[in-house]
Design a protein around this ligand. Sequence first.
Ligand SMILES: C[S@@+](CC[C@H](N)C(=O)[O-])C[C@H]1O[C@@H](n2cnc3c(N)ncnc32)[C@H](O)[C@@H]1O
Length: 191
Amino acid sequence: MWLVDVFHKMRRGPQILTQKDIGLILGMTGVSSPWRVVEAGSGSGALTMFLANAVQPKGRVYSYDWRSEHQEIAKENVKRAGLTKYVEFIHGDIAAGIEQKDVDMVVLDLAEPWLVVPHAERALKEGSFFVSYVPTFEQMKETVTTLRGHRFTRAKAYDYSMREYQVEENATRPENMGLVHTGFLIFARRI
Ligand SMILES: C[S@@+](CC[C@H](N)C(=O)[O-])C[C@H]1O[C@@H](n2cnc3c(N)ncnc32)[C@H](O)[C@@H]1O
């Protein structure tokens, strides 16, 4: 099955990242094989699948979640995508530390990413990427401020709009409905 079809049919537990936000992460970092990527939380595994697809065949995704019932859903979805051998699931609190060293990217979709910044600083190699997705202004500001107090540069926050158009004879116009806000994406580089 095509990866996007697995994505559309995937079993949902916690809220998944949208394709537009996943696309921005892939495009802003250039994640590819043989990158080693640390991710948290696994959630439903939507982002995990796209990361695993990007780092195969020589890279690896280390996906943390402290709730095993969520991680089981993520494992099932990654298996359906045929990407299991590129993902190692780790059951635990990423704010307690990151086991991996010299990684190419840490990417977070959790409530308090600023607690993970000191651990990401130790786990990431020089020039590598920190990425965090958060829904609110308060979380975005706290994360960027924390990054600026650690060994990170170019800490920037974005949101990304994708509008669908109705294309019909004499009625080509923006669709009435659509997602207005999902979240902010924060990117920084380790120095
Ligand atoms: C919104 S979901 C992630 C969704 C995922 N990005 C996806 O696309 O399917 C957030 C997940 O982070 C996990 N989580 C929150 N804080 C955590 C922490 N400190 N350590 C590990 N996992 C955490 C939650 O249990 C939850 O499964």
